[in-house]
Ligand binder design. Structure first.
Ligand code: TRP
Length: 448
């Protein structure tokens, strides 16, 4: 086995600064933006939007900067990075960090597997709207049945496999020629398509009520604790903040990139994508006069296709919609699988292709088997593992590695050193709120 030093020397880096930012936007923009966000916004209205914005820009950006720098400082994913943080504290304690790093790593692998199932659904909808067979369904109950069959155990094997194949093909090409290139193509297209769709929906009669619902804050909603748990979970999930996805992308980043600048751009584009998705979905739902707060998770796979089918040029709209969501999903999935893949390369010295093959085989096998329980699987991960992983990364960098290191790393690539505001914000506000929300998830979810 080659030494870790040798493996480190072989590590790829991003080809350009914008390539890195686009890849992070690709990681950020995904089903969280296109599915979960509109669904939660439909449930809670503008109060959710408000909390999501606060959590994203005040707490999330802080965490993204932290994760990127933790990865860049260690040139490794969570296991190596947590190990390095602990070793910096006490030379013989690297193992503690490495052991804790397994939590976010397994978390992200589990997330990737669940996620691939949803991407498989989207792929099926994209291809069947292209072929026209999706349009042969013409009632809500028809779509409900179709969705039910697809989301059942072993219900969507073919498209799941196809989606995974596409993902692993991109990944096998490496960081620059694979991941970066795919993002440079898919992400701009995503925005173009969604802007077009939002403009189209705006022309429909009755769309007005949707905008009203999205942007009106019912202050009483803010007293519901689960709104905060969901809004923070959403903000973190969408920013790929779980102690792994952003750590690993940061680990390929050169020292001349300003991470503060990158992080707020990523947050801005991710928020834009979420709002764009909501601007398509919520007003479209409103045109039917439906009661938005009860629309539920079937929104994307049941209500939307039915709605599109009844609109002028419905087939084209449907194709554009699902293709754009597919791009968003694939670019996130690639990020989700990257940390486990990199572990095999960095720590075991395997080649990129072999690592893709191993993780690919494992991921595919588990994904095939859990198709029927994906909703519960994803809820569990996003409520518990995402905040836990994010908190662990924050603790490792801010509390264990400490002030001097954080200050030094975050200042890299910047015109001037990072201000003294950053460290306390990261160490106290970010870490404590993240742990609090993790605790709330356990308490309130438990109580129901
Ligand atoms: N951000 C993605 C979304 O909104 C999901 C995602 C990609 C993610 N990579 C991640 C979540 C890493 C947590 C950690 O759909």
């Amino acid at each position: 086995m080659k030494s870790e030093q040798e493996n480190l020397a072989k590590r790829e880096t991003w080809q350009s600064k914008w390539g890195f930012i686009l890849a992070c936007i690709g990681s950020a923009v995904g089903m969280g933006n296109a599915w979960l966000f509109p669904y939660r916004l439909a449930t809670y209205g503008g109060a959710f939007l408000l909390m999501y914005l606060i959590f994203t820009f005040f707490i999330g950006v802080t965490g993204v900067i932290g994760e990127m720098n933790l990865g860049r400082a260690a040139r490794s994913g969570p296991i190596g990075a947590f190990g390095a943080a602990c070793a910096a504290r006490r030379a013989n304690c690297a193992w503690v960090g490495k052991a804790l790093g397994i939590i976010p790593l397994l978390g992200v692998l589990a997330l990737a597997i669940g996620y691939s199932i949803i991407v498989g659904w989207i792929l099926k909808y994209t291809i069947t709207s292209l072929s026209g067979s999706l349009l042969t369904i013409n009632s809500v109950t028809g779509f409900q049945m179709a969705f039910g069959q697809m989301a059942a155990p072993f219900g969507n094997n073919l498209y799941l496999l196809l989606g995974l194949l596409l993902t692993f093909f991109i990944m096998s090409q490496g960081i620059g020629a694979g991941i970066e290139k795919a993002n440079k193509l898919m992400i701009p297209l995503f925005y173009v398509m969604f802007i077009g769709l939002a403009l189209y929906v705006a022309q429909r009669e009755g769309a007005q009520a949707g905008y009203q619902w999205m942007f009106t804050i019912d202050w009483a909603e803010l007293r519901r604790p689960m709104l905060h748990v969901y809004a923070l979970g959403q903000a973190f999930f969408t920013l790929s903040l779980a102690g792994s996805g952003t750590v690993i992308y940061g680990s390929y980043l050169s020292d001349d990139t300003d991470t503060l600048d990158a992080a707020w751009k990523i947050a801005l584009f991710s928020t834009l994508a979420a709002i764009l998705a909501a601007l398509v979905i919520i007003p479209a739902m409103a045109t039917t006069g439906a009661k938005l707060s009860t629309s539920g998770p079937g929104l994307l796979f049941i209500s939307m296709p039915y709605l599109f089918a009844g609109m002028p040029a419905g087939r084209l709209i449907m194709i554009i919609f699902f293709l754009a969501v597919l791009f968003a999903g694939l670019t996130s999935l690639v990020n989700l699988f990257e940390a486990p893949m990199a572990l095999l390369q960095d720590h075991f010295g395997l080649s990129r292709k072999t690592s893709v093959l191993i993780i690919g085989a494992l991921g595919t096998l588990v994904a095939l088997c859990i198709q029927g329980v994906v909703a519960a699987w994803m809820d569990f991960i996003s409520i518990y593992l995402v905040p836990l992983g994010a908190a662990l990364a924050g603790i490792m960098f801010a509390w264990v590695w400490g002030r001097q290191k954080v200050q030094q790393e975050v200042s890299k690539g910047r015109p001037s050193a990072i201000g003294s505001w950053y460290y306390p914000l990261y160490k106290y506000v970010f870490c404590i709120i993240t742990m609090l929300v993790f605790a709330c998830g356990i308490i309130f979810q438990g109580i129901g």
